[in-house]
Write a protein that binds this ligand. Structure first.
Ligand code: ATP
Length: 262
């Protein structure tokens, strides 16, 4: 008998708005223990949706269920121990070592009466450094790292939070092509090793196919497609979601998008 695991996150009839923008009637499901990507044109609402999924923004109707529980009923500490989020911003306070930055991920576990890390905190910090390959940089000042090393250290901070869901807003945006693949491969390996559910906003559709299990496409604040990335990415999808005339071909299982420039 086969059983399907309950989704990590579900949205039902979700509506949200700021200024003139609306997320409209969002119905979605994020599979447990898998990597899900949210894609779509600029301004389609990807970052806004990620903020709603994280509890940083509240929908004005509908619901977000995390492990089957209404997100609005999560006390702040429980939420911070369930779900971690890495926003797009590169901002990090000056004068922090990598280890100090990663230790911030332990904040939801620290007592308001003591700033001393417990042994468990140190174990989680070391594990996060190890999973992201940043142990060798632990005592360096964060601002002296390269862009790729900085992004791994920021991901280590979210992993130290020891949640079972990780939300990442464009984790490869500031990176060159080699570092993009390095970070995506690292996230895939972490997902495989720990079973953490990952949701990330991506612009790179071939990377979405190569590294993600599930894809949700947004257009003008609405979900217009969802499913396995390889099954979705074709000429019709590019036209429907991006108004782009292009074809998709595969070279050794890696998709290549060829725009029709005529
Ligand atoms: N805090 C905010 N207040 C008001 N409007 C906002 C806010 N954040 C985003 N918006 C608007 O909401 C719309 C969706 O923005 P969002 O950043 O979610 O899109 P996106 O799909 O992530 O875009 P991109 O791919 O360019 O990063 C945009 O029109 C944006 O200007």
């Amino acid at each position: 008998m086969s059983t399907t695991a309950a989704p990590a996150i579900e949205c039902r009839c979700l509506h949200f708005g700021h200024n003139g923008f609306r997320l409209k009637d969002i119905l979605l499901s994020v599979p447990l223990g898998k990597i899900t990507t949210i894609v779509g044109p600029n301004g389609s609402g990807k970052s806004t949706l990620l903020r709603v999924l994280s509890g940083l923004a509240s929908p004005y109707s509908g619901e977000v269920l995390v492990h089957g529980e209404d997100l609005r009923r999560f006390p702040r500490r429980k939420l911070a121990r369930t779900l971690s989020m890495l926003p797009q911003s590169k901002l990090v306070p000056d004068n922090l070592t990598v280890r100090e930055l990663v230790a911030y991920g332990r904040s939801p576990y620290q007592s308001p009466w003591s700033y001393r890390p417990y042994t468990a905190d140190i174990d989680h910090i070391n594990r996060a450094l190890q999973l992201t390959g940043t142990t060798a940089h632990a005592d360096r000042m964060f601002h002296t790292l390269s862009g790729g090393e900085q992004q791994k250290a920021r991901i280590a901070m979210t992993l130290a939070q020891n949640t079972d869901i990780l939300l990442l807003d464009e984790p490869t945006t500031f990176l060159d092509i080699a570092h993009q693949f390095e970070v995506m491969s690292m996230l895939k390996a972490i997902n495989h090793e720990t079973g953490i559910t990952i949701v990330m906003v991506l612009h790179d559709l071939p990377q979405a196919v190569a590294f993600c299990d599930h894809m949700i496409a947004l257009k003008r604040g609405a979900v217009v497609a969802a499913g396995p990335p390889r099954a979705l990415l074709d000429t019709e999808f590019l036209h429907q979601v991006y108004d782009l005339n292009a074809s998709v071909t595969y070279v050794e299982n890696y998709p290549v998008i060829i725009p029709n420039l005529n």
